[in-house]
Ligand binder design. Sequence first.
Ligand SMILES: Cc1cc2nc3c(=O)[nH]c(=O)nc-3n(C[C@H](O)[C@H](O)[C@H](O)COP(=O)(O)OP(=O)(O)OC[C@H]3O[C@@H](n4cnc5c(N)ncnc54)[C@H](O)[C@@H]3O)c2cc1C
Length: 476
Amino acid sequence: MRRAETDYLIIGAGTTGLAFADTLVTETDAHVTLVDRHGKPGGHWNDAYGFVTLHQPSAFYGVASMELGSGLLDPVGLNRGMAELASGAEVCGYFDRVMNHRLLPSGRVAYHPLCNYLGDREGGGEFESLVSGERTLLTVRRKIVDARFFSPAVPSTHTRAFTVAGGARVVPPNALPGLWQLQREGPLPRRFVVLGAGKTAMDACIWLLQSGTPADAITWVVPRDSWVVNRLGTQNGPAFFHEAIGGQADQMQAFAEATSIEDLYLRLEACGSMLRIDRSRMPTMFHLATLSEAEVAVLRGIRDVVRLGRVKAIDGAGLQLEQGRVAVEPGALYIDCTASAIRFEPACPVFQKGRIVVQMLRAPHVSLSAALTAYVEAHVADEAQQNHLCHPVPFPMKLADYPLTMAVNMRNQQAWSQDATLRQWIRQCRLDAFGRLLSGVDKADAEKQAALARLKQQGLAAAANLPRLLKAAADA
Ligand SMILES: Cc1cc2nc3c(=O)[nH]c(=O)nc-3n(C[C@H](O)[C@H](O)[C@H](O)COP(=O)(O)OP(=O)(O)OC[C@H]3O[C@@H](n4cnc5c(N)ncnc54)[C@H](O)[C@@H]3O)c2cc1C
């Protein structure tokens, strides 16, 4: 057994672990050890399909000390005119640079890839190398940081909840860009059956359509319709002041005036903050998936949408779903997008004795949340105060959960605004592009000042109406 020492042991070198490590290295002189079973930094991005991108601008993502992307707007495509979205390959390359140009050269970071964390031990933790089998007992002088809370499941690594028989071809979306290779096995598929209704399935459908697949060659199995965030409202930078600040104020107004959960979503749609693919149906799911209006328009072109619940079994003749059977022509290619990117773990205190469990502090900004947690660890000594500043924001599991997500978001924002040092740090943090937009407004710019005043006014009105929406959610 090898023995080593560190101040902080971080389990997981995905976005969360890296964003935490980066800020901790900046703000303290602590020694940090990262342990991860993946062979490279970046967590689930290493397993993603080739055409994956961020949902939201690159400017909000990654670690605080290093820019991600070029800051340019996309000149072509379905995200045209909006801030670029890093591809999965870019995110992986970025995290490689974070590790090799930033964390390791600090001389205060040890990184152990291809290592399974085996568990906590008295005074530290133990991990095992997947390649040598060697075990290491790590003495932890300060804290163990659990950066596995989100750990989204992705199609290439998840366990399917349906059976496959009769020679049916089922692939993860990772296989699509390499479709040409199937020529070696026989005729190429002429029907594509996309399984799942989350962001991955939306991406797969869009990718197929954009690659020339006729819309009537796609069957889309949609267990639940989803509300999606309109990406226009997530833009950063002064060019998008109206969309970002005005859009935020519109959103607050919807929260302020809504009388029920359904009314809330319809108001968010009416003000352009939310979109739905099929306007004749009331969605029953909202997991913060984000699309552009152009992407939604493309998805509306798919007409063969199967709404019979989740897939139970696939065989040579078709699909067995929860609520019925659908015949599918032989030779179809099934694209498995059923992995749930969201793990619905109950929240727990972020700061515990000798331990930090990194969670969402501002939805949906995972990177800012992790960096802010490290900042609080570095500068706030008292555990109760640390938890006061870092209240976990619950992910909306059901439609009715969104008011609670918003309420805790606002509660945290309020707590941060009362701490002058933290407020200052957030203002300059690259991961809070929205905050920078707010603080950069010229005092003499009457139009922008009016927009800020409206945002403040609607924010207060939303806060006043949240108890009513929380009650409606509880009743629902
Ligand atoms: C396709 C996709 C697109 C997304 N786009 C955005 C976006 O645009 N903006 C945004 O804010 N969020 C986005 N998200 C959400 C967010 O990026 C992810 O939730 C985030 O990357 C999660 O990072 P993580 O570090 O928490 O988890 P992971 O990336 O899963 O990292 C956890 C790490 O822990 C390691 N690990 C787990 N258990 C052990 C163990 N026992 N021993 C050793 N190692 C272990 C794993 O190997 C993994 O590397 C997206 C998510 C997905 C799936």
